[in-house]
Design a protein around this ligand. Structure first.
Ligand code: HDE
Length: 715
């Protein structure tokens, strides 16, 4: 049987035992003993007693003389470093990139030219708005930050799972982040944009409208880090040996396909398992099923840039894949868990300025601003310009030689007499051939605080994104807008947003206005540039159109009772494993159940701890008695009714039918997503159907908001 989720063994399992000794004065000394090295102070002094501080008399005051106690508490007091202002909650893992196709015609970067070259990397996934202790399934952008330890030095692509951004100029970033995070007077809401300040700022920032379509779409509630795309967002530049530049956009495409959850599901997952995304990745890597992505590039030149409808320096725009195809050049596997979360995930310092020879920047004003911000932020967080000496930040593929010295926590000072350059002694020298050369761009113009007119169109690609979605994805965007704006207390902010939506799609605007019960439809917001209404839709923008059609990497929850049919349970488990998926057995008590052939199967979750929102599909295999017993149990009934409401596929044994009816799935509600598993042979068919992931047609029947979507009020 394959390894199942949560089965990670502790890395060091030496057990401790306690011994109680009686001292000369009759006092008690309790000492933990066991295998393992001697406990020491930071100075290397062996510790005799780690249970009791030094005190005068058995019940007397604690003495300052106890250097071990003071060192231990002092160190503890200073354990925290400032969390990231944004992207505070993250999860990092190691991996390896392998190049399949050379970009030697465009760049000198060895990582992108030496076919077969394997480059170690570290990736940190994150949410943006929530604090470090917030939940994983916030509606939010996900950070997808990558550090490649290349032979030419460290190269960071500090990307997101959404290819555009809210703003066009870095000077607006503090305002955006202030508006999105907790409101300053009350310190809430946490990890959510559903509040007045965020929507106030957005309603006054038309350039955000394309990004708003993306974050109101299911992209912002991904099922797993493993099923997310990543994007470098900006146009970067590849530079060849002759100094010629080619524009490039970076894409990461998950081999397992795209998948998201539903909003109602996300809300419940956050309660059931706030660590849902990190646990998912931890489990997948631990079980030996590491996720992988293709690395792709969109390459284009000045001629394309000049002919494109939008400015390629504007980070609120994409270049549709249909216009410039994504060329896959290699892939990466993320298969290494960190040894220590703080040392690696917390201390990793990504900087957009970290590029290697052959890779350069463009004038994207967001990128230019980021190049300042990331270095600056690392000094604040890590406290020293020597943050590059921390192992996770050190280059691995190349030597480091320079005359930078001293500072807090310097681990790597130049040796010898010389610490300046040029010098007559020796030591590191510049290398005009291999050294980094900035792209020699021709620049001229007026020095002024301006925004180029080529950045003025804020609605056309928002519309293109919306119209590229399937019907159900469009509904979800409408639902999300109604949900978020319903949390705004100021009615005028709701109206201002609908005014923007009118420039994107009239039906969407009407749906949202209906969902909010606006008394009248506001006029469209004034547009700085007339929107282009007929940009062709792009299938690459839809999650559903890029769905995997396979259950691989997904998780089945199997609810069983005492007396459940053993043959069906066994067949189902086999089918899950064959599909390279995983399962968890959910039982009334964690100790498990006895199946009808007498075998005992352990539960991985007790019903209340394993609600169906944690699974991609569920099977409910009960005996007749089990069905009767569970019919009074609310968590068990929620298991079934939530799976139904979340449009999941549900397999069931015939004896489970009365239970389903009690859970609110009446005989007349039965649809093709409810699949009888009557004999072992049905199990494989059920799992094959689960590959469709959801039965979206059901959603329209179980959601009142669908009415506003199906029949919005007319203007
Ligand atoms: Fe960031 N961003 N950002 N950002 N960003 C940070 O750096 C910033 C932007 C992104 O896992 C900070 O180390 C500015 C776009 C990721 O450690 C900070 C602007 C994109 C991460 C910062 C942006 C990102 C950060 C906070 C506007 C997608 C997490 C802590 C110009 C392409 C990296 C830190 C990790 C983190 C500044 C906009 C992605 C404050 C000024 C666009 C994935 O430096």
């Amino acid at each position: 049987m394959a390894k199942q989720p949560g089965s990670n063994e502790p890395r060091d399992s030496a057990a401790a035992t306690f011994e109680t000794n009686v001292g000369a004065g009759g006092e008690l000394h309790q000492i933990a003993t066991g295998d393992g090295p001697t406990l020491t102070t930071q100075q290397g002094v062996a510790v005799a007693d780690d249970q009791n501080s030094l005190r005068l008399g058995e019940r007397g005051p604690t003495l300052l003389e106890d250097f071990h106690f003071r060192e231990k508490i002092f160190h503890f007091d200073h354990e925290r470093i400032p969390e990231r202002v944004v992207h505070a909650r993250g999860f990092g893992v190691h991996g390896t990139f392998t190049l399949d196709e050379s970009l030697a015609d465009y760049t000198t970067a060895r990582m992108l030219t030496e076919v077969g070259e394997k480059t170690p990397m570290f990736v940190r996934f994150s949410t943006v708005a929530g604090n470090k202790g917030s939940f994983d399934l916030a509606r939010d952008v996900r950070g997808f930050a990558v550090k490649f330890y290349t032979k030419d030095g460290n190269w960071d692509i500090v990307g997101n799972n959404i290819p555009v951004f809210f703003i066009q100029d870095a000077i607006k970033f503090p305002d955006l982040v202030h508006a999105a995070k907790q409101e300053p007077d009350r310190g809430f809401p946490q990890a959510q944009t559903a509040h007045d300040n965020f929507w106030d700022f957005i309603s006054l920032t038309p350039e955000a409208m394309h990004m708003i379509m993306w974050i109101m779409s299911d992209r912002a509630i991904p099922r797993s880090f493993r099923f997310m795309e990543g994007f470098g967002v900006h146009s970067f530049r590849l530079i060849d040996a002759a100094g010629k530049g080619t524009y490039v956009k970076f894409h990461f495409k998950p081999k397992l396909g795209l998948q998201s959850v539903m909003w109602n599901e996300a809300v419940k997952i956050n309660g059931a398992d706030p660590d849902f995304h990190r646990r998912d990745l931890w489990d997948a890597i631990n079980m030996g099923s590491p996720p992988a992505w293709d690395l792709g590039v969109q390459l284009f030149d000045d001629a394309f840039a000049d002919s494109f409808d939008f400015d390629i320096l504007d980070a609120t725009k994409i270049i549709p894949e249909e216009q410039v195809p994504v060329k896959i050049i290699g892939s990466f596997v993320l298969d290494g868990l960190v040894d220590n979360f703080f040392a690696e995930t917390e201390q990793v310092a990504f900087c957009t300025q970290n590029v290697v020879p052959g890779i350069g920047f463009t004038n994207d004003p967001l990128l230019q601003g980021r190049n300042f911000s990331y270095l600056d932020t690392q000094l604040k967080r890590l406290g020293s310009p020597n943050f590059t000496h921390i192992p996770i930040n050190q280059p691995r593929g190349c030597p480091i030689h320079n005359f930078q010295q001293d500072g807090h926590m310097a681990m790597r000072n130049p040796v010898g007499r010389v610490n300046y350059e040029p010098n007559s002694w020796g030591g590191p020298r510049e290398n005009p051939t291999a050294g980094y050369r900035h792209f020699a761009a021709e620049e001229n113009g007026r020095k002024a605080q301006v925004r180029s007119p080529s950045f003025a169109d804020h609605y056309s690609q928002a519309r293109q994104f919306f119209l590229s979605q399937t019907e159900i994805e469009r509904k979800h965007i409408g639902d999300a807008l109604v949900f978020e704006l319903s949390k705004c207390q100021r009615v005028d902010i709701r109206g201002k947003m609908v005014a923007h939506l009118r420039n994107i799609d009239e039906k969407l605007a009407l749906t949202v206005a209906t969902g909010l019960r606006l008394s009248s439809l506001p006029d469209p917001a004034p547009a700085a540039a007339a929107p282009i209404a007929d940009l062709p839709p792009s299938d690459a923008l839809s999650i559903v159109k890029r769905g995997p059609q396979s259950f691989e990497g997904r998780k089945l929850g199997i609810l069983v009772s005492d007396g459940a049919p053993a043959k069906l349970v066994t067949a189902l488990i086999k089918a899950v494993e064959k599909a390279k998926a995983v399962y968890e057995v959910v039982t009334p008590q964690i100790g498990g159940v006895e199946l009808d052939d007498g075998t005992v199967i352990e539960g991985q979750q007790k019903i209340d701890g394993g609600p169906s929102v944690l699974y991609d599909a569920v099977a409910i295999l009960l005996s007749a008695d089990g069905a009767t017993q569970l019919s009074i149990d609310k968590p068990a009934k929620d298991f079934a009714s939530d799976a139904f409401a979340h449009a999941k596929f549900i397999g069931y044994s015939s004896d489970a039918l009365p239970f389903l009816a009690k859970a609110g799935i009446a005989p007349e509600d039965m649809d093709e997503g409810l699949i009888a598993i009557g004999k072992p042979g049905d199990a494989a068919d059920f799992i094959a159907t689960c590959g469709q992931l959801r039965l979206w047609t059901r959603e329209l029947k179980v959601d009142l908001d669908a009415q506003a979507f199906l029949e919005p009020l007319s203007a």
